[in-house]
Design a protein around this ligand. Structure first.
Ligand code: SF4
Length: 370
């Protein structure tokens, strides 16, 4: 059995798992998988060679994956097979202890915020989005309404609830940073206001680095307000970079053009600092590798971390039957991007909080080291 992976083997295995997905002999192993919700989903945290990554387990392609995780043994490790042959030992992060708690009014903490990766507390403050309610404007890859409809979360998490959960997650599970994302509630602050009140409430009770994620607000003064409220890093997610791909994949959100994002990035970096502003770019929506790399170069020059992730076709979304990008495409793309980030000294290790620091949804960080 292959147990000690070399760096290249480890990178390739992580990229393949994220592209092809994983079948589980025991779906109950470790922390519960995530279905629906904002951002990447239908995946499960898996630790490979010491790195915790999110691997699709509920998608159509995962059901056909050559990878199978055998049930974990008493030591917490499971054998990973590829087409019936053992290739590595993996582990599943355990169910966090704070999941057993609930608020005074009876809401389980796990419905308010979930553990992402190994040590990130993540929540969607507003589980509703003006773009999502209309089929003609919703992002084709997003499942923000699915977990709400299934009763796995609540529509609006109050600042007090989030502070309560954050304090427990730090105390009981040692979470190291938090991600506050939100559906877009309006076309003015575009979510910045709810992030401010949520971050401020958390920071009043616990010293936890926080990333806020929203669309670029109409007024860049919001960046100062976010920072003053306790948001340490900011994510504004392009998702796709070519305007026609954006118009197709995210018809509502694409009304805010790339040029406006670039202005917002420059203004945000002045407030949060170089490497503390990031963006998601989802490979597999139709952008070419060249476009993604050209945009990444522009972003890096601005001091923005381009977090490139493979598309996870989430069940219940218009893209559920889409094919994720293959691992050779991702390896070539992330290999090139990792080198650019290394050269610019703008790596995930510099980020104080959020998706860049967590890195579980992409193998990018493993390509940043030489
Ligand atoms: S990279 Fe971001 S979305 Fe993905 S698991 Fe980590 S915190 Fe969650």
């Amino acid at each position: 059995m292959l147990i000690d992976l070399q760096t290249t083997q480890s990178r390739n295995l992580i990229a393949e798992l994220q592209s092809l997905g994983l079948r589980l002999a025991d779906p109950g192993s470790g922390a519960p998988s995530r279905r629906g919700g904002a951002g990447p989903s239908d995946h499960k945290a898996v630790t490979v060679d010491g790195k915790t990554i999110m691997v699709p387990v509920h998608t159509g392609s995962a059901a056909r994956s050559p990878f199978l995780a055998r049930a974990a043994g008493d030591d917490g490790f499971a054998v990973l097979e590829r087409e019936g042959r053992a290739v590595a030992r993996i582990a599943f992060p355990p169910v966090p202890r704070y999941y057993a708690l609930q608020t005074l009014d009876g809401i389980p903490y796990w419905k308010l915020a979930t553990l992402h990766g190994r040590d990130v507390l993540a929540t969607t403050v507003l589980q509703e989005c003006i773009r999502y309610t209309n089929r003609r404007t919703r992002c084709q890859f997003c499942a923000i309404g699915e977990s709400l409809a299934a009763g796995r979360t609540v529509a609006r998490k109050t600042p007090e609830q989030l502070a309560e959960v954050a304090r427990a997650a730090v105390r009981l599970d040692g979470v190291k940073h938090a991600v506050l994302t939100t559906g877009t509630p309006n076309v003015t602050d575009r979510g910045a206001a709810v992030l401010c009140e949520s971050a401020a409430a958390i920071k009043r009770v616990v010293d936890l680095p926080i990333q806020g994620q929203c669309e670029p607000p109409d007024d860049f003064a919001w960046f100062e307000r976010l920072h003053a409220s306790g948001v340490d890093t900011l994510g504004m997610h392009l998702e796709a970079v070519e305007e026609d791909v954006r118009a197709r994949a995210m018809p509502g959100k694409a009304k805010v053009p790339v040029s406006y994002y670039l202005e917002a990035f420059a203004a945000a970096v002045r407030v949060f600092g170089r490497g503390q502003v990031s963006t998601y770019i989802i490979a597999g929506l139709g952008d070419s590798a060249e476009s993604i790399l050209a945009m990444s170069r522009t972003l890096i020059e601005l001091g923005v971390y381009p977090f490139v992730v493979p598309l996870v076709p989430i069940g219940g979304t218009p893209l559920e039957h889409a094919t994720p990008p293959d691992s050779a495409f991702m390896r070539a793309l992330l290999g090139e991007l990792g080198g650019m980030l290394r050269e610019a000294r703008l790596t995930s290790a510099e980020s104080k909080a959020g998706c860049g620091r967590c890195g579980a949804c992409s193998s990018l960080s493993v390509f940043e080291t030489a």
